[in-house]
Design a protein around this ligand. Structure first.
Ligand SMILES: NC(=O)c1ccc[n+]([C@@H]2O[C@H](COP(=O)([O-])OP(=O)(O)OC[C@H]3O[C@@H](n4cnc5c(N)ncnc54)[C@H](OP(=O)(O)O)[C@@H]3O)[C@@H](O)[C@H]2O)c1
Length: 399
């Protein structure tokens, strides 16, 4: 939907203003803008307050308008206009949804609870926050776990808007935000308590966002934040070098990235996965073993990204001084300590800077597997699909 930059201008220094006028139209054109009105009224029909010049410029949307207004080129021209004229400028957005947010929410926990779409007025974007219009949103197992109440011990407030990662375009930035501008492509993992990605607009603290490098397509950027941060942060929990590692659930989003990062760090990587995923995990560079055989090895680092009994192989094979991390189930710290090792149950933390560093190493990461692309309106079906476990790879939602 087009957005319009409208304004009144009273020129006070004709010579200086003509310098502004000689450059500005080309900047407007380069930003895709089109002058609709430029000049003074030819006749006054009613009232008397029509002495100013009027300007009205059309842009493709509000983000394109703000990109022009905030651009370095226009920012260097603006002081000439300010010194040579008195002007008032405003934005008119013809998109009726521009001042609202439509988000999929729950009012209570429960396996049978349906997410409902709720439209509400938008407040100003927070001081340190970035407002994003999502282009693609990823479904994570944690989304239905929150809905079901599995994480009810955390202080969720109702209504709660679900969705914790995706990619989109910056629509607005808070006054305290540095490093992000309207129109930029960004990706993020939002904290679980904040959520909010299953929506047409989501506000995310700027320090949880990363710019998306040009070579990363939206389908990949949408699904890399949670998995890459989780993999990197769990590996970072082990102090010292990792000579050998075991990844349980290596075929999943987190497990596959963990295999890649460990390989890149020169670790020897063994993996446990189902037979149907064995070829995929071998191609990632891991040595696939049955749990009984893995239990007979020795590992500095074990990641349980799958849950279930295979973790037993991890306890048995953990080297002295080693670290076992589960992102899925409780761990037995005492049992690990008896072997002078550590066992940690870990939850991923949003971190924009770390995400940017990981995206700079995009070539090292495995290409995310996309299992399904569905309209955001079908979010309940998408959660059902994720929970049923009948898909291999990420389910993406398109607003
Ligand atoms: N604590 C945290 O911070 C954190 C962060 C991210 C994810 N997680 C959790 O970690 C787990 C893995 O996450 P992910 O994003 O990597 O998930 P994913 O991409 O769906 O992968 C899960 C893997 O688990 C295995 N699996 C075993 N039984 C399954 C079933 N019934 N349905 C689906 N997969 C099954 C599958 O591999 P095989 O068939 O080869 O066994 C699958 O590749 C999830 O439980 C998720 O909630 C926790």
């Amino acid at each position: 939907m087009p957005a319009y930059l409208i304004g009144t201008i009273d020129i006070e220094d004709t010579e200086a203003y003509s310098l502004y006028r000689s450059f500005n139209p080309s900047l407007v054109e380069a930003a895709g803008g089109k002058y609709i009105i430029k000049g003074k009224p030819v006749a006054v029909l009613e009232g008397s307050d029509f002495r100013s010049r009027f300007v009205m410029i059309e842009f493709a949307n509000e983000a394109a308008l703000k990109r022009f207004y905030d651009s370095a080129e226009y920012s260097s021209l603006r002081p000439i206009r300010e010194k040579s004229s008195k002007s008032s400028l405003a934005v008119v957005n013809t998109d009726e949804t521009a001042s609202t947010r439509t988000a999929f929410q729950i009012q209570e926990f429960g396996e049978a609870v349906e997410l409902c779409s709720v439209t509400s007025p938008l407040a100003e974007v927070g001081h340190d926050e970035v407002r994003i219009q999502p282009t693609l949103i990823a479904v994570n197992p944690v989304d239905w776990k929150i809905r079901d109440g599995i994480l009810a011990a955390l202080p969720f407030q109702f209504p709660h808007s679900l969705g914790c990662e995706g990619v989109g375009v910056v629509e607005a930035v808070g006054e305290g935000v540095k490093g992000f501008q309207t129109g930029q492509r960004v990706m993020a993992h939002s904290s679980l308590l904040r959520g909010g990605w299953f929506a047409d607009r989501v506000d995310v603290p700027a320090n949880q966002c990363s710019l998306v490098p040009a070579q990363i397509a939206d389908e990949h950027a949408a699904s890399l934040s949670v998995a890459s941060l989780t993999a990197a942060q769990t590996i970072g929990l082990h102090e010292g070098p990792i000579g050998s590692a075991l990844v349980i659930g290596a075929s999943g989003a987190v497990g596959s990235i963990a295999v890649a990062l460990l390989n890149n760090g020169d670790s020897r990587v063994d993996a446990i996965c189902s037979a149907s995923n064995s070829a995929y995990v071998t191609a990632l560079g891991a040595n696939v073993l049955p749990p009984q055989q893995a239990a007979e090895q020795e590992y500095d680092f074990v990641l349980d990204a799958s849950g279930g009994p295979a973790i037993e192989a991890g306890y048995r094979s953990l080297a002295k001084g080693g670290t076992l991390v589960s992102i899925v189930q409780p761990v037995d710290e005492v049992r690990a300590l008896e072997n002078s090792a550590k066992a940690i149950r870990y939850s991923v933390q949003p971190n924009g800077e770390q995400l940017s560093r990981l995206m700079a190493e995009y070539d090292v990461l495995p290409e995310p597997r996309i299992a399904a692309l569905m309209p955001l309106a079908e979010v309940n079906a998408a959660l059902h699909l994720s929970k049923a476990g009948r898909v291999r790879g990420k389910i993406l939602l398109k607003p």
